[in-house]
Design a protein around this ligand. Structure first.
Ligand code: GLN
Length: 277
């Protein structure tokens, strides 16, 4: 089958026969040849040059070894925007768009919002792009992630203040109207960490190396000092963590504690409002 990527193969033949999932195959073919989806159709009888064949073979080999397509092409779409991604950041997931939508519904005019553990900047950039009036701050402990987030803010024309910070560590007396986070929430040793795309993603973005709730606990514990009274805290979490996160919020005196379901019907985001002081 690697024969198929030899110079002389046509674009059409490479789409008919591949070891890869057809969608993955098409995306890698476009990437290796610098063609759009439409280009694959209009140039279907074109044969590959030696360079193109070498590029495509390398991409296919990496995909067959499990590397995520988003890392192979360095891009992923999120909330209708194009994001650069590399191994410094988690690949944005469609379920995280729920967190963006809930945040937008709660962001007051010229609202100040904080995204904790921004990674690629997907959430912060989606918010700033949709609501240019908002003052968006995004923090991450990883300098590599902040570099990616900065590029994504610029390429999407979004203004985001970036801060290197271990959770609340580098925040001074900043106060926000809204805090959002998609923190690492997979428990250490969870088998998902050694499966699929997750094997290639930064461990620090996926797992707290503990029970899966330690980052969520820190955020719930620290957020009241940085929220206006009545301000919302919204957190993404794992499929089985909504009860635990609700319990953390309730024990902390948060109001209106509730969870929201993603498109797969999984309770995916939990939040509450800071108590009125
Ligand atoms: N949703 C991701 C997954 O389960 C995990 C993201 C995270 O830990 N914040 O693949």
């Amino acid at each position: 089958m690697s024969q198929a990527a030899l110079p002389g193969a046509t674009v059409a033949s490479l789409q008919r026969q591949s070891l890869l999932d057809p969608v993955d195959n098409r995306i890698l073919l476009c990437h290796a040849l610098g063609l759009s989806r439409m280009g694959l159709i209009t140039q279907s009888e074109r044969t590959l040059t030696e360079d193109e064949a070498a590029r495509l073979s390398a991409l296919i080999a990496r995909r067959l070894a499990g590397e995520p397509v988003a890392y192979l092409i360095g891009r992923r779409e999120f909330y209708g925007l194009d994001f650069a991604v590399d191994a410094n950041v988690l690949i944005p997931r469609p379920e995280t768009e729920l967190l963006v939508e809930l945040a937008l519904e709660r962001l007051p005019p010229r609202g100040r919002v904080l995204d904790m553990g921004t990674g690629s900047g997907a959430i912060a950039v989606a918010l700033a792009h949709t609501r240019p009036d908002a003052a968006v701050t995004a923090l991450d402990v990883s300098a590599g992630a902040l570099a990616v987030a900065g590029r994504n803010a610029a390429s999407n024309g979004a203004t985001v203040r970036l801060l290197q910070s271990d959770w609340f560590g580098a925040l001074q007396d900043d106060i926000f109207d809204l805090i959002v986070s998609n923190p690492p929430y997979i428990a250490s040793g969870d088998r998902h960490l050694s499966e699929g795309d997750l094997r290639f993603e930064p461990a620090g973005a996926l797992t707290d190396h503990a029970d899966g709730l330690s980052a969520l606990r820190r955020i719930v514990g620290g957020a009241p000092a940085h929220l206006v009274p009545g301000g919302w805290l919204l957190m993404e979490h794992g499929y089985d963590q909504s009860d635990a996160v609700q319990a953390l919020l309730t024990a902390g005196g948060w109001q209106d504690v509730q969870s929201w379901h993603d498109l797969a019907g999984i309770a995916r985001v939990t939040g509450g409002r800071a108590a009125l002081r």
